[in-house]
Design a protein. Structure first.
Length: 301
């Protein structure tokens, strides 16, 4: 079954119970977001909390039904029943593209893993072409993705989690904020970090992990806080190493909460968001058709 998530929707006054019609403000009409390679729902959580319908697709939910490699127009509509989406958010596996695994690229090129991973990215682009959503975005860390899938082009935006750490200030206590500022000098002073202290760095998003975004979307507003160095390489993520199995892989792929909030705020279907996209998908299509009609009429004169 498809995993759909929607939170925060309000029931129409005078109705209750299962099957009640949901009511939204005029500027917050519920939209449908197709979230590909999404197991945790962290990136799309703010959209779900705002009442939008998030369709989470990931092989970990259902290896057979959610096999993105076999997606086609017929499969999307007839098997999954997804006839229309307003946005597409995708975070394909970076294992075969990231610079961190460059030493294995030649082996993966020869055994087919690179080609399989590239196919999944192209499947995402095919979904974008088919649905023509209001906005779409694809995420991957710094690596060779643009070289392997050349048609995706250069990244639209790059960021580190600490670039949006300001979004989380209200969740931290005064004592935690004070401790975080003290932590800025700890590594240089030789101070060791406890597990609880590293967890605070993670929760506050005060760390680096260079990430790239491709697509058609509004760039979120920066609220940067200085990153905290916890080891020689800098980020707490470097302390995970490469031997942590699925748990370590999941920790490295977690979407920073500050970024998720800021991205939602910039792409929430408000008037400003729609203007930033150049209109909704339907408006852009109508404008293109009108322009084509005008050109045809000019040629026929």
């Amino acid at each position: 079954m498809l995993r759909r998530v929607r939170q925060g929707a309000r029931r129409r006054p005078g109705t209750s119970g299962r099957g009640s019609k949901l009511e939204y403000p005029a500027d917050m009409e519920p939209k449908t977001i197709l979230s590909l390679f999404d197991y945790s729902g962290q990136w799309t959580a703010p959209f779900a909390a705002a009442g939008h319908d998030v369709i989470m697709i990931d092989a970990k939910h259902d290896p057979e039904l959610h096999d993105i490699a076999k997606f086609s127009v017929e499969y999307l509509i007839e098997v999954l029943g997804i006839e229309w989406v307003d946005a597409i958010i995708a975070a394909p596996d970076c294992t075969h593209f990231t610079n961190a695994g460059a030493q294995y690229w030649r082996i993966k090129d020869s055994d087919g893993r690179t080609a399989a991973a590239a196919h999944l990215v192209r499947q995402t682009l095919r979904c974008v072409e088919f649905y023509k959503p209001d906005f779409w975005v694809l995420e991957n860390p710094v690596g060779r993705l643009p070289k392997v899938v050349a048609e995706i082009g250069p990244a639209t935006f790059r960021f580190d989690p600490c670039d949006f750490a300001g979004e989380l200030g209200r969740e931290l206590t005064a004592a935690e904020i004070s401790t975080l500022e003290e932590m800025l000098s700890w590594f240089e002073l030789g101070r060791k970090f406890t597990a609880a202290e590293i967890d605070l760095v993670k929760r506050s998003n005060r760390y680096t992990k260079r990430t790239c975004l491709w697509g058609h979307f509004n760039v979120p507003t920066i609220s940067r806080r200085e990153p905290i160095r916890v080891c020689a390489q800098g980020s707490w993520l470097q302390r995970l190493g490469g031997t942590n199995g699925e748990g370590g892989k999941a920790a490295r792929s977690d979407t920073p909460e500050g970024f998720a909030r800021a991205f939602h705020a910039a792409n929430d279907w408000s008037a400003a968001a729609v203007k930033g996209w150049g209109g909704t998908s339907l408006e852009r299509i109508e404008a293109e058709e009108a322009e084509e009609t005008g050109l045809i009429e000019q040629l026929q004169r």
